[in-house]
Design a protein around this ligand. Structure first.
Ligand code: C2E
Ligand code: CA
Ligand code: CA
Length: 566
């Protein structure tokens, strides 16, 4: 056993050596008279035990413990402090600083010293084990178990330190917020194991775009953050971001299936866009949302104007929540009729938002309601209200009018929608055949299992399915055949400005196609007498448009078209 005795009192030091030798510890002993001498010895030798006097000239024993415990190389030396004083507080200070035991010189004898050394060694072993498991726990708590990346907590901590260190230079820090574009789709369609595998592969590819001095963290789900430090110019941040976008361009292979997974990246710069980690993360997030809204798979730097838009959007989201509680939504109805005899076959329900007397149009809030998923409850309200109305009208007029209801792609992701519609039909005793569900092409393009199943189930229930805004998107014949579509609604943009124009040939072609496929046709946007006569020429049996009527309130429709008294 290698022992060093550090004591300025040569008599005490000698006494200690002799006591040690009398024990059966088989000690080889070295001595030092000052802290500096002791530290020098400890750098060139490895000691099992250091017996250290508390009271030393120049530098105290306490300082020596601090120096020893600061060393980066493996620190396996057990330290036993000695003092002439019986002061309890000194003893506690020494233990806190990193000593394993404290002995009072006048009490030291062979037995006590041996016992103290052995106990101190055991205690030190235990301390080291405890420290190692604490380190492990800390790492687990601060890192993401799937990818091994830092988690939000550690990212935030490290960013704070980077910001603090950065104040002394003109350098910049960039925070990149990365969100995968279609991860949810992968998770939903291929299962969580595939989702996890994809995340790991994405992380691997991103790692290759980095130097290694960045903090790269998984903030949760499919959201990642990277902070780049010591940037001389913001251009470097965009270079790294572009590298990442490029790295994700090629498809990933997960369980033999090729999957595409792009990312949207928002970037904020310190100090330009904020000097706290909270502001930098928030602004990078706002920029990332902008990148998503602009069509995904791209990079956006934060700009002040984004913040204004972001808050306006947040405000609108909150107002939408309030609107539901305060019953501010109303339905307007627009008749669908026969162009020859003007008989009405049904109505389309169109939502309006009565915001303290100011009537807001759907285009101003439906996209936000869709994004925030509030369209699900709002849409359910529309469905129930429209069914309630048509039940009432058909009872009062003894007619069989149909009611067309717009259903957003988000609502079609809700597997309970079919049940809900069935309940409403039962509640108001409306036959399913009188309900026309209007879906848009984007639903068919995405073609997720859930929406396909919902559309098919609605059709089986007896509802009719219309494809809205036909002629604006990417309609392909295969879509028309893969889904149970009864009717197409020609988008109003297909209505020609003048006869003989190219667009009038376009509508002719589309109508011919629909007829071959045996689909019903409704022409939207019939605004003029010319439109009306064109529809007649093309043998279109159902028209909808301002020429006959704009969408109107329930009361006005009842008095104008249905002879129902208020
Ligand atoms: P849409 O389903 O294509 O509805 C037809 C839109 O065309 C309505 O606009 C209607 O007012 C307008 N319109 C009708 N005839 C004419 C015409 O002759 N000329 C012109 N220029 N426009 C005409 P609105 O009511 O502003 O609705 C806009 C869109 O909002 C709707 O387009 C639909 O996509 C959506 N929307 C409306 N109500 C709902 C709803 O309850 N749920 C969902 N998810 N979306 C809705
Ligand atoms: Ca519609
Ligand atoms: Ca339409």
């Amino acid at each position: 056993m290698n022992v060093m005795i550090v004591d300025d009192d040569i008599v005490d030091s000698e006494l200690m050596s002799r006591t040690l030798k009398k024990s059966d510890l088989d000690a080889s002993i070295m001595t030092a008279e000052t802290v500096d001498e002791g530290l020098n010895h400890s750098r060139s030798n490895i000691f099992d035990i250091i017996l250290l006097d508390y009271h030393m000239p120049n530098r105290s024993g306490l300082e020596m413990i601090a120096e020893l415990r600061k060393e980066t190389r493996p620190n396996n030396t057990t330290i036993v402090m000695m003092s002439t004083s019986e002061d309890q507080e000194i003893a506690i200070d020494c233990i806190k600083a990193g000593a394993q035991d404290f002995l009072i010189k006048s009490e030291i004898n062979v037995l006590r010293l041996k016992r103290a050394i052995l106990h101190a060694q055991t205690r030190f072993e235990l301390e080291k084990k405890l420290f190692a498991s604490y380190g492990k726990m800390k790492k687990i708590a601060e890192s993401d178990s799937l990818t091994g990346l830092a988690n939000r907590y550690r990212f935030d901590d490290a960013l704070k330190i980077n910001i603090l260190n950065n104040t002394r230079t003109d350098d910049r820090i960039a925070v990149l917020m990365i969100d995968l574009d279609n991860f949810k789709y992968v998770n939903d369609s291929f299962g969580h194991d595939s989702g996890d595998e994809l995340l790991k592969q994405v992380v691997n590819r991103i790692h290759k775009c980095l130097r290694g001095n960045e903090i790269f963290a998984r903030l949760g789900g499919d959201e990642f953050a990277i902070s780049l430090i010591n940037l001389k110019s913001t251009k470097h941040a965009s270079i790294v971001a572009q590298r990442i976008i490029k790295a994700l361009r090629n498809p990933f292979t997960i369980s033999n299936v090729e999957i595409n997974c792009t990312a949207s990246i928002g970037i904020s710069i310190c100090p330009n866009n904020g000097v706290t980690s909270t502001d930098l993360l928030k602004n990078a997030d706002i920029a990332m949302y902008r990148a998503k809204n602009l069509g995904r798979n791209q990079i956006r730097f934060f700009e002040e104007s984004m913040q204004v838009q972001f808050y306006q959007r947040m405000l609108l989201e909150n107002e939408l929540t309030d609107a539901q509680h305060n019953n501010q939504f109303i339905l307007f109805y627009q008749p669908i009729l026969n162009p020859w005899d003007k008989t009405i076959s049904g109505f389309e329900a169109l939502i309006r938002w009565d915001f303290a007397g100011d009537i807001r149009m759907p285009d101003s809030f439906i996209p936000v309601a869709e994004d925030s998923k509030q369209i699900v409850p709002i849409g359910r309200w529309c469905i129930r209200e429209a069914i309630r109305t048509i039940a009432n009208w058909n009872q009062s007029t003894h007619q069989q009018y149909s009611m067309a209801i717009n259903v957003s792609p988000i609502q079609l992701q809700d597997i309970d929608l079919v049940c809900f519609i069935e309940q409403c039909l039962n509640e108001f005793s409306v036959p399913a055949q009188q309900i026309e569900i209007e879906i848009t092409e984007s639903v068919l393009l995405k073609n997720t299992c859930v929406s396909k199943c919902v559309i098919e189930s609605l059709h089986e229930l007896g509802c009719r399915i219309s494809l809205d805004d036909f002629g604006t998107g990417y309609s392909s014949l295969s879509h028309l055949q893969n889904f149970p579509i009864d009717t197409i609604k020609l988008d109003r943009s297909l209505m020609p400005v003048s006869r003989d124009s190219k667009s009038s040939r376009l509508i002719e072609g589309v109508v011919a196609l629909a007829k071959i496929l045996d689909l019903n046709i409704i022409a939207e946007g019939v605004e003029t007498a010319e439109h009306l006569s064109l529809c007649k020429e093309l043998d279109i049996f159902n028209i909808q448009g301002f020429y006959y009527s704009k969408p109107d309130s329930r009361q006005n429709v009842e008095s104008k078209f249905l002879n129902i008294e208020a």
